[in-house]
Ligand binder design. Structure first.
Ligand SMILES: [Cu+2]
Length: 163
C-alpha cells in the first residue's frame, strides 16, 4: 500500500519542461561611423512570443554595448541607458533612430556601410530564464523618407557620448 502511494507521488512531481520562448528579430541595421567616431547605434524590430525583456547586449566589435532610449530634455534630445527593454508578448518592439537603440561604444574599429555588426541580445523571460539571440546588423546609411520627421538629427551627437 505504502509503495503504491509513493509511486503516485513521484509521477505527479515529474519536472516540468522548461520551455524557451521564440524571439524574432527583423530589419537589424547599424549606422556606419564617420572618422574619429567611436560609437554608433543599431536598430531592429524585436518580437517575443511570451513576455520577456532584453537584459543585456554585447558585440565583439564594441567594448561597451547598452540599450539606450532617447528623451527630450528642455527641447534637447538626449539619451540614457536603460537597464532592461521590456518585450510584451507578440508585440513588435521597434528600436529606431529617435527611440530605443542598441548603443555600441568603444568600437574596435570603424563601421563601414555593408559591414555586418554581430550583436548578442540576452533575453530574460518572466520566469527568470535567460537565452541569447544572435543578431546580425548590416551597416547602412540611414535613408530619410521624403519629409522625414525632425528630431532625428539629435542622434548625431553619439560621437561625443561619454561614459
Ligand atoms: Cu545612444
Amino acid at each position: 500500500m505504502k509503495s503504491l502511494l509513493l509511486a503516485g507521488l513521484m509521477a505527479v512531481t515529474a519536472p516540468a519542461f522548461a520551455q524557451n520562448i521564440t524571439v524574432d528579430v527583423k530589419d537589424a541595421w547599424a549606422r556606419p561611423t564617420v572618422s574619429q567616431q567611436s560609437a554608433t547605434g543599431a536598430y531592429m524590430q524585436i518580437t517575443a512570443s511570451a513576455p520577456a525583456k532584453v537584459v543585456s547586449t554585447s558585440s565583439p566589435l564594441a567594448g561597451i554595448v547598452e540599450i539606450h532610449e532617447m528623451f527630450m530634455d528642455k527641447d534637447v534630445m538626449k539619451m540614457r541607458a536603460v537597464n532592461a527593454l521590456p518585450l510584451p508578448a507578440g508585440q513588435a518592439v521597434e528600436l529606431k533612430p529617435g527611440g530605443f537603440h542598441v548603443m555600441l561604444m568603444d568600437l574596435k574599429g570603424p563601421v563601414k556601410a555593408g559591414d555586418v555588426v554581430p550583436i548578442q541580445l540576452t533575453i530574460e523571460t518572466a520566469d527568470g530564464k535567460r537565452q541569447n539571440v544572435e543578431v546580425k546588423a548590416q551597416a547602412r546609411a540611414m535613408t530619410m523618407p521624403a519629409g522625414g520627421q525632425g528630431g532625428h538629427g539629435g542622434h548625431g551627437s553619439h560621437g561625443g557620448h561619454k561614459h
